[in-house]
Design a protein around this ligand. Structure first.
Ligand code: ZN
Length: 319
């Protein structure tokens, strides 16, 4: 097994064209698996080693966190506030009211239109990711309630091919936005992505225009779109729907940009300012409206939706 292969696998970046450094977190397949119980009978082996899959080391403060505590805290380190990657389903569970989420287009899957072959074929990649992530593609969409507000909600998942946007992600999001427009609902999209899905070539790139076109109709109907940027949000996603929110929120420490810092540094040959491409840097420079820690996201969204729904009512009254 080569070193490059290991690195790619660890970062779940796959062949994404951007060079970014997301926090190394446990592989997503562990999310669905029950943690292995240590065998109570073998006290000798228990003393010797920490059972695998029970503890995670925080990459920022290096403390060992019990996995159950990490899950309960929505994958945020209690000591230093580091935000680990989190799956789309976990996010949705944490955001919407119980049993209120009605998923849309759950069975939509990608086709290998270009018959793409590289080190491995796109078809085999897809099959492997369907199996390892239990996801059909890199986004889950549907309508759910946050507090008393119904909203059209889309959540991306970085564990599926680096959250890359191909035809399925673009189509599911476009249908979500159009549903929001038809039903007069606000749209909320939580992004995490390495960018466009290279295996789908031009089909992938056209999703940028398609999603933004749908959002333009949504805005024309005077309906709000809240974009939430999480670590990492890059390239084709950041250059399209993710950056056109009426309100743009970000999680603390999220890396956000078009091309990765190394690419920019190599191209411009200039020193990059400290904190470049972090959510905190982008709040100071006006691209992001507010940083919201994951644990506070639901309450903050309720607050924003209260505010926006008043505006929507007034707009409706004025005709
Ligand atoms: Zn920590």
């Amino acid at each position: 097994m080569s070193t490059t292969h290991l690195t790619k696998k660890t970062l779940m970046l796959d062949d994404a064209e951007v060079s970014i450094e997301p926090a190394v977190t446990p592989p997503p397949q562990t999310l669905n698996a029950l943690p292995k119980k240590p065998k109570m009978g073998s006290s000798r082996s228990r003393k010797k080693e920490i059972p695998e899959g029970l503890w995670t080391k925080c990459p920022k403060c290096e403390s060992m966190i019990y996995d159950k505590e990490l899950d309960a805290a929505l994958k945020v380190c209690a000591k230093c506030g580091h935000h680990f990657l989190i799956g789309a389903r976990e996010r949705i569970n944490a955001l919407v009211e119980t049993c209120s989420f009605q998923e849309m287009d759950a069975q939509m899957t990608a086709v290998d239109a270009l018959k793409f072959t590289g080190v491995s074929s796109y078809t085999s990649k897809l099959a492997a990711y369907w199996k390892s992530t239990s996801l059909k593609d890199a986004v889950i969409t549907g309508v759910g309630s946050i507090g008393t507000h119904k909203a059209a909600i889309g959540v991306m998942d970085f564990s599926f091919l680096g959250g890359s946007m191909g035809a399925v992600v673009g189509e599911k999001l476009t249908r979500l936005i159009e549903t929001g427009t038809d039903r007069g609902l606000p749209v909320i999209i939580i992004s995490t992505s390495g960018g466009a899905r290279m295996y789908e070539g031009m089909f992938s790139l056209m999703q940028m225009a398609k999603t933004c076109g749908a959002l333009a109709y949504h805005a024309k109907n005077k309906l709000p779109f809240i974009s939430i940027l999480t670590n990492p949000t890059y390239a084709g996603v950041m250059a399209s729907f993710a950056s056109v929110g009426d309100l743009i929120l970000a999680e603390p420490g999220a890396l956000i940009g078009f091309a990765g810092p190394r690419v920019i540094k190599d191209t411009t040959q200039a020193e990059l300012p400290p904190g470049f491409q972090t959510a905190e840097f982008l709040v100071d420079h006006g691209l992001v409206d507010a940083i919201v820690p994951r644990g506070e996201m639901k309450e903050r969204l309720k607050f924003y939706l209260d505010f926006l729904s008043e505006g929507m009512k007034q707009m409706a009254a004025m005709g």
